[in-house]
Design a protein around this ligand. Structure first.
Ligand code: NAI
Length: 406
């Protein structure tokens, strides 16, 4: 058992349950080591990420289940410093986050300048959960810096078209309501980004009776939003009038400090994309004229010099996780089924996969869906022999080609 950070008082019951295990007690845990607590600092976050990858005696994981790609990023960054034989220098970090990463890596480098090389030697591969993490992996694949095979779980239809869309459709209003208790009906809500997440978020807000306006950079998604009945506008033309702003782009500075300067008093600003830089939190923290007033945990009012304030959810981090409990387990079961299948693929195909980003085959995607039909009482038609021959589709599937868009 590795060093465990466990503090049940900090309201981390899920983490506590995993650490303690079925028959253990906090004093004598039997379960799985956890390195996290709700409310951890950026520095603690990266320290714990390194600890989670440290299995003792210079050993690490052989298979990595990642969400957002931070474990994979840390390994790659550490490996790169070792490759160049340069000790990481925290003072050279571009921001607080990079400084925290370099601090953790420096400590490791000073103890063993080949630590990450040994870890990488043992890694079969990783499977990545979310859009943002996959984006990072694809960039590494393009630059040929990817150190092991990776499986894009997000690209499974049973992941991105369910967790991202229906999961967020559930957990966005949950987060907003638990944090603010504000009436959503009648308000103008801006949804920035009309991808898989944005589609679920926009639908949820419309379901609450909000007037939903979408912002987009992609003409296809913009057109989809319009065809779904939403107005599509630029952020600049919305900042002064909208009541609630939700970012779901995976991009950065979608809501800037300048936008927030112009917002109405009491405007609510939240992010449901993966990282906390969709809203310019650094801009808020660094502006000496902006005063932070904590309303309650995970909900702050930032007051500008002219007296108006904006209400920021979960410090700009994923609001559905910070202000509520994330997606319900049923939809997460789709995602985690994909993760399990991806991990099995890494083990079964150990040594055969290249340093590339792979998708799960269609028949496994369909298998995940099939496993969840019973829970909803779904009756599925089956092709007859005649129909199967007519469509040239096997009775047992796969039913669609790889590029079918659903
Ligand atoms: P996506 O790629 O399907 O959609 C993002 C959309 O944002 C795209 O249509 C893109 O054109 C648009 N966009 C990018 N920059 C923009 C800008 N500056 N202004 C307006 N629109 C812009 O990605 P997806 O799957 O919707 O994921 C979005 C984010 O949500 C990612 O960071 C992902 O990791 C995260 N995510 C969060 C979940 C949660 O539980 N909170 C669940 C699943 C994904």
């Amino acid at each position: 058992m590795l060093n465990i950070k466990l503090n049940i008082k900090l309201n981390d019951p899920a983490a506590a349950a995993i650490v303690v295990g079925k028959n253990g007690t906090p004093e004598k845990p039997e379960g799985v080591p956890i390195f996290a607590w709700k409310g951890e600092s950026v520095e603690e976050y990266w320290e714990y990420t390194a600890k989670a990858l440290d299995f003792g005696d210079g050993k690490g994981p052989n298979c990595i289940v990642d969400d957002g790609g931070d474990a994979t990023l840390l390994i790659h960054q550490g490996y790169l410093f070792e490759e160049k034989e340069i000790a990481p220098d925290p003072s050279k970090g571009k921001n607080r986050e990079e400084k925290a990463i370099f601090t953790v890596l420096l400590e490791i480098y000073e103890k063993d300048p080949k630590y990450w090389h040994k870890i990488v030697d043992e890694v079969y591969g990783c499977s990545e959960e979310t859009t943002t993490g996959v984006h990072r992996l694809e960039q590494m694949e393009k630059k040929k810096t990817l150190l092991f095979p990776a499986i894009d779980v997000n690209n499974s239809v049973t992941k991105s078209k369910f967790d991202n869309t229906y999961g967020c459709r559930h957990s966005l209003p949950d987060g907003i309501m638990r944090a603010t208790d504000v009436m959503i009906g009648g308000k103008t809500v801006v949804i920035a980004g009309y991808g898989d997440v944005g589609k679920g978020c926009a639908e949820a807000m419309r379901g609450q009776g909000a007037r939903v306006v979408v912002t987009e950079i992609d003409p296809i998604c913009a057109l989809q939003a319009a065809m779904d009945g939403f107005e599509v506008r630029k952020m600049n033309s919305l900042v002064k009038t909208a009541d609630i702003f939700v970012t779901c782009t995976g991009c950065k500075k979608v809501v800037t400090i300048d936008h927030m300067r112009q917002m109405k008093d009491g405007a609510i600003v939240g992010n449901i994309g993966h990282f906390d830089h969709e809203i310019d939190m650094d801009g808020l923290y660094q502006d000496p004229d902006v005063v932070r007033e904590n309303i309650k945990p995970q909900y702050d009012r930032f007051v500008f010099k002219d007296g108006h304030g904006v209400h920021v959810l979960a410090e700009g981090r994923l609001l559905n996780l910070g202000c509520a409990t994330g997606h319900p387990s049923f939809v997460m079961s789709f995602s985690f089924s994909n993760q399990v299948l991806a991990q099995l693929m890494l083990v079964e195909q150990k040594g055969k996969l290249e340093k590339k980003v792979y998708n799960l085959p269609k028949h496994l995607d369909e298998k995940v869906a099939r496993l969840h039909l019973g829970h909803l009482g779904i009756e599925l038609e089956a092709l007859t022999e005649e129909q199967s021959k007519y469509l040239e589709i096997p009775i047992e599937g796969p039913f669609k080609s790889e590029n079918y868009r659903y």
